[in-house]
Structures are given as C-alpha cells and as structure tokens.
Design a protein around this ligand. Structure first.
Ligand SMILES: Nc1ncnc2c1ncn2[C@@H]1O[C@H](COP(=O)(O)OP(=O)(O)OP(=O)(O)O)[C@@H](O)[C@H]1O
Length: 286
C-alpha cells in the first residue's frame, strides 16, 4: 500500500481549478493580425486517491494540454493545480522532485521513450536514482518488473529486444517504481494489438488496486475507459463537458460529444455473430 501522504483540504490527491490556456494560431499572411485560440477554458477537476478516471475527447479537444499542465510540463495562463496542498507548476528539477515522486507518467509510445542503450533494469532504476528515492534502485527495479509480469530474464535486455506489450510493461514498471500516488497515462494502449491491450489493462488495474494507486488515463477511445475507469471526464473544445461515473455516462450521455464518442466505438455489425457493445461492458464493470 501507499505510504500516507497528505491530501488536499477537499480530500483530493490532485486538483485543478479554473485552468485556462490560449495558443497563438499561425498567421496565414504577414499583414493579417495574429489570432489566438483558447485550448483550456475554466477547467476544474478533482482526482481522489485510488480512483481510476478516464479523460476522453475528440482529437484537438485539449486532453494533451490538460495532461501536460497536470504533469507540470506546461504552464496554464490562469488557474491553480494542487497536490498535497502544494502548488504545482513547471519549475526546476529539484523543486519538482517531490511531485515527480508523487505523480508519474506513462507515455503513449514506450518504444520511443525508452533509451535503447539502457538495460531494462537500468531503465526502471533510473527514476529512483534521479529522484533520490530511499531504496536500493536495482533491487526495487527487479521487484517492480516482477510485479508487471517480467521475470529476471528481462533484466539485462534492451528495448529493441522487447515486444510492444513488454516495452509498455517496462514503461509501467518505470512509472510505478517510485510508488507514486497517481499515474497519468497518455493513450497507453494505442500502439498495442488488441489481445496485448487487454493484458496490459489487466496489469495496470491489478497494480493500481494492490498499491492503492490512482490513475488518470487519456484516450480518445471510450472502450478503453469503459473497461476500467470508475469515472470519466469528457472534453470538448477545451472544456470538461461531462464528469460522471463511467457506467452512467455510457448509459445516458448528456452531451452530444459523449454520444459521438460512444457511437465511434460501437462495433460494426457482423452478420451471424453477436458481439458485445460498449454499453454491455459498461453495465458490468470488471
Ligand atoms: N503550441 C501550440 N500551438 C498552436 N496550437 C496548439 C498548440 N498546442 C495545442 N494546440 C491546439 O490546441 C488544441 C488542443 O490540442 P491538444 O493536443 O491538447 O488536443 P488533444 O485532445 O490532446 O488532441 P489529440 O487527441 O489529437 O492528441 C488543438 O486545436 C491544437 O491544434
């Protein structure tokens, strides 16, 4: 289990209030005035300990901008992010060390985020050394790798010797090594084949439950979120337009964009074969 870390006053692990961000759009001609676009508008959210939350939306709705703000790698123009009652904003490596231990990131594409020259054990030990976590980094790395289902034979392998699913397990182990309170994951299953996806979902869910780790998972695919998120936030045009229990949201979408996302994952009719729908999965959360 997680060691008890102080929560925000409202009981959340991570909170955001009134986040806003605008970006400058490219000029079509040098004599035309520069225009800007609001990509986050009045975003408020609460992430509670141990919760699994989905963040979905169409391409360009602002999910990545919000995730990067929560990761303190992008500064919003306005608003506040709080974790452990402390303000979170981009800063020096030393000033953010406490936050990087508390909140870890799972990337979309592990193949490009893992240094090909490092062994699997060194890759998982690296954040422990960098963040000065009080443990034997190589022992902890071996233990976490075992937890994600990679035994000692993988310790000396390098990323190019791994399958996509194994590389994503290494990325998950790397994120879990500091024993964070929350994981923020950006489309962590999008590069994986379908059978491998469900294995990685199982590993993530089991580890989050065992360690009491919370998870915010960004996806444009509602079927991923339906499988294991208790709550789902829907983003549209820079705003959070729904924030409700996943099963309820799938049963009774209130915003047109939610309905669009549900329709987008309905399987194509397959003559002579009954296939499960998202709604069926959502009615029986696993
Ligand atoms: N630095 C930037 N300059 C200009 N426009 C930007 C910049 N960053 C983001 N945008 C615009 O902001 C909007 C939101 O982008 P964002 O990447 O957050 O969306 P998203 O929901 O993550 O999309 P996707 O699912 O395609 O990754 C988009 O219209 C994007 O083009």
């Amino acid at each position: 289990m997680q060691s008890a870390s102080p929560l925000n006053d409202d009981g959340s692990f991570l909170s955001a209030d009134k986040l806003a961000k605008s970006v400058r759009l490219p000029r079509h001609a040098f004599w035309k005035p520069a225009k800007s676009k609001l990509v986050m508008k009045d975003i408020c959210l609460r992430l509670y300990p141990g919760e699994r939350v989905g963040l979905v939306g169409m391409s360009g709705s602002g999910k990545t901008t919000l995730l990067r703000s929560l990761l303190a790698i992008e500064e919003p123009d306005a608003g506040t992010i709080l974790c452990q009652r402390k303000l979170v904003r981009p800063s020096s490596v030393a000033a953010l060390r406490w936050y990087r231990k508390a909140v870890q990131y799972i990337p979309q594409d592990p193949a490009s985020s893992l240094d090909p020259a490092m062994t699997v054990q060194a890759l998982v030990a690296e954040p422990l050394t960098r963040l000065r976590v009080d443990c034997d980094p190589f022992e902890r790395a071996a233990k976490v790798l075992e937890e994600v289902g990679l035994d000692r034979r993988f310790l000396d392998r390098r990323p190019l010797e791994l399958s996509g699913g194994q590389a994503q397990r290494v990325a998950i182990a790397r994120a879990l090594a500091t024993r964070p309170g929350y994981l923020l994951a950006d489309e962590p299953l999008s590069g994986l084949d379908l059978p491998i996806r469900s294995q990685v979902v199982d590993v993530l869910r089991r580890l989050c439950e065992t360690n009491g780790t919370g998870l915010l998972i960004v996806s444009h695919d509602l079927s991923v979120v339906a499988k294991f998120c208790q709550r789902t936030l829907v983003m549209d045009d820079g705003e959070i337009v729904e924030d409700r229990p996943t099963a309820e949201l799938l049963r009774d979408p209130r915003h047109p964009r939610t309905a669009d996302l549900i329709n987008a994952v309905r399987p194509l009719p397959d003559p002579g074969k009954r296939r499960p729908t998202v709604e069926a999965g959502a009615g029986h959360p696993q």
